[in-house]
Design a protein around this ligand. Structure first.
Ligand SMILES: Cc1cc2nc3c(=O)[nH]c(=O)nc-3n(C[C@H](O)[C@H](O)[C@H](O)COP(=O)(O)OP(=O)(O)OC[C@H]3O[C@@H](n4cnc5c(N)ncnc54)[C@H](O)[C@@H]3O)c2cc1C
Length: 504
């Protein structure tokens, strides 16, 4: 049921069973799952069905990216990398879907704060259910007695370089009148699911001892204020905004909600893309064999080259991946280099196409990579604006260079390609780019309240009825696009909340 907040009376009190803050992919998936289970659900969504500049401007803030000694300001990123209307960034996402790597779940002793407190095995059934939701094939068909397709080539028997499958879902607002739009429309029509549009949660109100959420304060852009009360609350405003609401709701707990151990806003992780003019791959086997690795299609699985746990251990690096696409050759010099390289490798030229390589580099958890409230600047609704400092540590940069060398060696040894790369030259600034709009880690998951913000289900430590959904709960971010994992974790939380409802 669709309700416009600006049609509600000032001071209204709304009651529900489960209150979801945010109507992005998490809000949509969880809202429908809980409504299916018979729960009375309310989704509070800041935006309406269309994007509008005033609502979007609530996301503006300060942003920088850098390494241990560098910092490059890029304020536009905060507003440009997320979308504040019903459906959230799902309205614009690319739909690239893949699970985290097995290595991402492991505690790697060379990567401080690595390791997930839940296993890939535990998540696999939820990954498959997330795939069902996105109408893409299962990544773990073995759970249903099936087998996954093999890539067109095995590079070195998966010892150091690992081929990681990728599917593209059609569940994105990028496809006009496609399944994502239908999902949103159907959600707005459900009886036991109220979606309140134009409803900006401005404060999560705790009871006086700080152990439960009592109610939420909500504001509209035309000046209305009302409150919402439920039994259970799920914060699902995206990987950055989740932190803002928890930090800004500081009237009962001055350090912010869930921040007794000073982890809230820390270990913010993004996915950087690294390339320079020389990031090129010269295949030494026919293009047909690289077919699955070059380009993407919604019709078939494609593959990305990643590194295995053994390789990461050897290189003392985080995770790493290589994306390839055809590189139109510039007439003279590129062709000449191509010919020389082929001759050196003793290969014939025809049919071999130079490829452009972009590298993904894991942003390992770094306490100084941080989201904080700005002390002075406020948005139109009076909420403190954010400063986000995306900071890599030296491990990321050194490990990345070692991973590239390792990948180049393996590709060469197996005579499948030559990798050309000129090195970072000691400066992160020139080559590490804000590659993706993935925002992870800043309400990190840990079973130990001293080491994280939420427990293994996403419940805020110390607050009995408040959960966080989305990529902010990832303890490490790997290098996979996050949304399939977000959905897997959401469905897992949904099962828990649905069964709790039955027990109550
Ligand atoms: C251009 C682009 C391309 C991307 N491509 C990919 C991809 O190919 N693969 C992939 O895995 N990921 C991709 N992503 C990331 C992906 O979109 C996100 O991981 C995913 O959409 C996050 O969903 P969410 O529900 O957690 O958060 P969001 O989508 O951010 O939803 C949060 C919702 O909360 C609402 N909200 C915010 N503040 C408040 C408040 N105070 N009160 C009430 N409501 C509020 C917002 O309006 C929004 O609807 C991409 C993102 C972008 C922007």
């Amino acid at each position: 049921m669709k309700i416009h907040a600006n049609k509600l009376d000032n001071g209204t009190q709304i009651e529900g069973d489960v209150i979801l803050i945010g109507g992005g992919i998490v809000g949509l998936a969880l809202g429908n799952q809980l409504a299916d289970a018979g729960r009375d659900v309310v989704i509070l969504e800041s935006g309406t069905e269309e994007s509008d500049d005033r609502t979007q401007a609530l996301y503006e803030g300060k942003f920088s990216i850098g390494g241990p000694t560098t910092e490059r300001t890029q304020d536009a990123y905060l507003d440009a990398s997320r979308f504040r209307y019903f459906g959230g960034s799902g309205n614009r996402w690319g739909g690239v879907s893949l699970p985290l790597d097995p290595a991402d779940f492991e505690a790697r002793d060379w990567v401080p704060r690595s390791g997930w407190p839940i296993t890939l095995e535990q998540l696999k059934p939820y990954y498959n259910r997330a795939s069902d939701l996105l109408e893409i094939p299962h990544f773990f068909p073995e759970l249903d007695g099936g087998r996954f397709a093999e890539p067109s080539m095995s590079i070195n028997g998966e010892k150091t370089l690992r081929s990681r499958p990728v599917h593209l879902t059609r569940y994105t607002g990028n496809i006009e009148n496609g399944p994502f739009q239908r999902w949103k429309d159907e959600t707005l029509e459900r009886e036991n699911l109220r979606v309140i549009l134009g409803a900006n949660v401005s404060r999560i109100g705790l009871d006086p001892d700080g152990q439960r959420v009592d109610s939420l304060d909500v504001k509209t852009l035309d000046g209305k204020e009302f409150s919402v009360r439920g039994k259970t609350y799920v914060l699902a405003t995206g990987g950055i905004e989740n932190v803002r609401l928890l930090l800004a709701s500081n009237d009962v707990t001055p350090e912010g909600i869930g921040n007794r151990s000073d982890w809230l806003g820390r270990c913010f992780q993004g996915h950087a893309a690294v390339f320079n003019a020389f990031s090129q791959l010269l295949p030494l086997v026919p293009s047909q064999m690289w077919r699955d690795y070059v380009g993407r299609s919604r019709e078939r699985v494609s593959w990305v080259i990643g590194s295995t746990l053994a390789a990461q251990r050897q290189a003392r690096s985080g995770n790493f991946s290589m994306y390839l696409r055809p590189l139109p050759m510039k007439p003279k010099n590129e062709k000449a280099i191509h010919q020389v390289a082929l001759r050196l490798a003793g290969k014939d030229a025809p049919g071999l196409q130079l490829l452009r390589a972009t590298f993904g580099i894991e942003h390992t958890p770094n306490r100084d990579s941080r989201i904080v409230l700005q002390p002075d600047a406020k948005d139109e609704l009076g909420m403190p604006r954010l400063t986000v400092n995306w900071k890599h540590q030296q491990l990321d940069l050194d490990g990345f260079e070692r991973s590239i060398e390792q990948a180049a060696r393996e590709l060469g040894l197996h005579d499948v390609a030559r990798l050309r790369w000129s090195g970072l030259d000691g400066t992160i600034d020139r080559f590490v780019h804000v590659g993706a709009r993935h925002h992870m880690g800043a309400t990190r998951m840990s079973p130990d309240p001293k080491q994280g913000v939420v427990d293994t289900l996403g419940r805020v430590h110390g607050v009995g009825n408040l959960y966080v959904g989305g990529s902010s709960i990832f303890p490490t971010s790997g290098i996979a696009n996050p949304t399939l994992t977000i959905l897997a974790l959401t469905l897992r939380l949904g099962d828990h909340l649905a069964s709790k409802g039955r027990a109550a």
